[in-house]
Write a protein that binds this ligand. Structure first.
Ligand code: NDP
Length: 397
């Protein structure tokens, strides 16, 4: 049915490509193109039911990408490289004429700044070219955005308060490791916090606001208010929202390591001279930290991510909680990757599948909550990320 080109060969790509191969009736031809070709070859070698093609590409270089697109002629490009490459890949998609999907919004490499403005600026060009760009199709953003759209469509007349809660209740048995690309992850966590209230964005010191929340099948965990990119599109697309916040759990051990690394300058994105060579401390740190893709084997426990929503239905106040729990061990047994890569790679595959089937296809640049949530919700249950709903419960937020 469709030819897909996946860019990047990290943890998320490993899961997405393996799940695409499990949906081979839709993904009839797959290529992985990335900076280090051996990593793509490693993923391809694990897939036995079809031949997955591989290629080397520098996704910062638009010309190289266009040459690759001309040679492979994909129906969809799935960007699972880093947020730094979003714009060059979108430029190449426009130059060649192919649709686009990603899981994280563009970030300039020299500034940890999260906003959709750069990618939303492509809307007219994608629309005129008749091409679709699907933004933020991982778990958060991604599934949390679709959960919100599902709640708005089926359960509420008006969503007023949205709290996205992200708990990793797992244990990888390492002193310190991040669950996805360490550079991207640490840049995000060390940012100032930010949430939306009554039309304003309110800033907080990094990880300074926290409370204990209870997560199904995991228990109570300290949860920290952070800025997360889906807040920006959700308050725009659901204008009845009065307050939107994002919470993530961290253990004390993790926070202590992070504080020490920050204090000694290891998380800095400003280049320093070392033995006459310019290096960026956080990039060096990434090189010495455990590879998130290798954490799966000894990872135990579960993730639990969802949306806690308050609003109005038929003139009455309603509270609603929708969530998914994913087991690190189950994810590892199925795909060789831990649950954080799994919960991102599976939705990326689902978004790509809905595009190729013509269900999530409309010219322009869209965040996932702007598509019909129903077919995505059905796929989540079928592809390994079942969801659960609770009504009129104490949301604790
Ligand atoms: P990894 O670091 O494991 O993988 C990134 C891959 O991209 C690597 O294979 C890397 O190549 C490749 N790459 C990097 N730069 C280039 C380049 N210039 N040209 C070609 N390839 C390049 O990251 P993850 O798999 O953990 O994450 C992938 C994406 O998913 C990230 O954008 C991340 O932000 C996003 N994400 C989204 C989540 C969500 O829920 N929405 C959650 C988690 C992650 P090499 O192997 O040579 O380094």
């Amino acid at each position: 049915m469709g030819k897909v080109l996946v860019i990047g060969a990290g943890g998320v790509s490993t899961v997405a490509v393996k799940k695409m191969a499990m949906n081979a009736d839709v993904f009839t031809d797959i290529m992985i193109a990335t900076r280090t070709k051996s990593k793509a070859e490693q993923i391809a070698a694990d897939i036995k039911n079809m031949k997955v093609h591989t290629s080397q590409v520098n996704a910062d270089n638009v010309d190289e990408l266009v040459t690759l697109f001309n040679a492979y002629q994909p129906d969809l490009v799935v960007n699972l490289a880093l947020p730094y490459q979003d714009l060059s890949i979108m430029d190449a998609c426009l130059a060649y004429g192919v649709s686009y999907l990603d899981t994280a919004n563009y970030e300039p490499i020299d500034e940890a700044k999260y906003e959709y403005s750069w990618q939303w600026a492509y809307k007219d060009r994608f629309e005129k070219a008749g091409l679709t760009a699907i933004l933020g199709c991982g778990f958060d953003p991604g599934v949390t955005s679709v959960f919100t759209a599902h709640a708005a469509k089926h359960h509420f007349d008006e969503i007023q308060y949205l709290d996205i809660v992200d708990c990793n209740g797992g244990d990888h048995h390492k002193a310190f490791a991040t669950n996805f690309n360490p550079e991207i992850n640490i840049r995000e966590i060390t940012q100032r916090g930010k949430y939306y209230e009554e039309g304003q964005w309110i800033e907080t010191d990094p990880l300074s606001v926290h409370k204990t929340l209870n997560y199904p099948n995991i228990g109570s965990r300290e949860s920290y208010l952070m800025y997360h990119e889906e807040l920006e599109s959700l308050v725009k697309n659901f204008p009845t929202i009065k307050r939107a916040r994002f919470w993530m759990t961290f253990g004390q051990e993790y926070l202590t390591h992070l504080r020490v690394m920050q204090n000694i300058g290891m998380t800095s994105i400003k280049p320093v001279l070392y033995n006459g060579v310019e290096i960026v401390p956080i990039q060096f740190l990434k090189a010495v930290l455990p590879d998130p893709g290798e954490l799966g084997e000894n990872y135990t426990g579960e993730t639990s991510i969802g949306c806690r929503i308050q609003g109005m239905k038929d003139g009455k106040a309603l509270t609603y909680y929708i969530y998914n729990n994913a087991s690190h061990q189950v994810a590892y047994k199925e795909t060789g990757a831990q649950a954080v890569s799994y919960t991102t790679g599976v939705p990326a595959m689902i978004g790509a599948k809905l595009f190729l089937k013509g269900i999530w296809k409309k010219p322009g640049v869209w965040n996932v909550e702007e598509f019909n949530p129903d077919p995505f919700m059905v796929e989540l249950n079928e592809q390994g990320l079942p969801w659960h709903e609770q009504f009129n419960v104490d949301l604790e937020v």
